[in-house]
Design a protein around this ligand. Structure first.
Ligand SMILES: [Mn+2]
Length: 317
């Protein structure tokens, strides 16, 4: 068995891709084929450096460019650059592959991914993903996406894709038609919004252990506990949080492990893996005195951060 994986990234995310690959090398025992999909901001020299680094770790890696005609029509914005949409066209860009694990670059793989690869999709479904815990999805979000209240909302950071079924279904065309349609809701999460709307009720839910997002690992950041989630058993969330197979550093900048104040318990692991890549951290982001926060227990930090965040949100209105 060889599992097939892809990551899509621009130049600023190259160090994170390298870190993610390093975690994969350390955790994986199944033969794998990787497709590294950089956009035009990733110059040939940087891509070569990334490929050599991955090959040095024993990985089979191929660099892949998304043809312009496949990327056409998808909007390019600072928050969600066009690369966010690349995963929507992977089935077309890889016509010789039939199944794929897509991983965001802001994740670490901490278990072997063979069981994820073998996930059976439900009848008629073309991909699988993890649902956000209900306590992070504001009712206004479902309203914005015109989904029924309380509907599961997928996170597109980790996906199992049945590429053959996606091609047969015209996945890329459906997503592109949505993205370019005039009467679609305003997009906040680019590709993820599109998949949530177009494939509502037609995607297979994965165990959150495969995409332990910040609110899974730290429900207190959302002012919630695992018991508050309507989509997963609290024990399933707790297991995902304590021993994630894939940990995902999603969310606000303070939840990113390159930020000085990040209190995710896996931030140290990210920094360790990162230090062994050709792009080690040359310092953490944000003010030096923020290092003091790192000494405060995570829950308290989250409370302080949450209060500041709410205040800044109010300031923005
Ligand atoms: Mn992500």
């Amino acid at each position: 068995m060889t599992i097939v994986l892809a990551a899509c990234f621009n130049r600023p995310y190259v160090p994170h891709v390298a870190t993610m690959l390093q975690s994969f090398i350390a955790s994986s025992s199944t033969p794998a084929q990787w497709y590294l999909v950089g956009d035009e901001s990733v110059d040939a020299e940087t891509m070569k450096q990334l490929l050599e680094f991955a090959e040095g770790g024993g990985l089979n890696v191929t660099s892949l460019r998304i043809p312009d005609e496949l990327a056409a029509g998808f909007e390019d914005r600072p928050v969600y650059p066009r690369i966010a949409w690349f995963r929507a066209v992977l089935a077309e860009a890889l016509p010789h592959e039939d199944r794929l694990i897509y991983l965001d670059s802001d994740v670490l793989a901490l278990h072997d991914l063979a069981p994820l690869w073998e996930t059976a999709l439900r009848e008629g479904h073309v991909f699988a993903a993890v649902a956000h815990p209900s306590y992070v999805v504001a009712p206004a979000e479902c309203e914005r996406l015109r989904l029924p209240p309380g509907a599961p909302v997928l996170n597109s950071g980790v996906m199992v894709m049945d590429l053959a079924a996606m091609r047969a279904d015209g996945f890329a065309d459906h997503i592109r038609a949505f993205a370019t349609s005039r009467d679609r809701p305003p997009l906040r999460y680019a590709d993820q919004d599109a998949m949530n709307v177009v494939y509502a009720g037609r995607w297979t839910q994965l165990d959150p252990v495969w995409n332990a997002m910040s609110p899974v690992v730290m429900p207190f950041v959302s002012g919630a506990s695992w018991d508050d989630d309507a989509h997963h058993d609290p024990l399933v969330l707790e297991r995902a949080a304590r021993s994630p197979a894939v940990v995902h550093f999603d969310g606000a900048s303070v939840l990113r492990p390159w930020h000085r104040r990040c209190f995710n318990p896996f931030a140290g692991l990210y920094r360790e893996f990162r230090s062994t890549t050709p792009w080690p951290l040359d310092g953490l982001q944000e003010r030096r005195h923020d290092a003091l926060f790192a000494r405060i227990p995570a829950r308290l930090q989250a409370q302080v951060w949450h209060r500041r965040y709410l205040r800044s949100q109010r300031g923005n209105q």
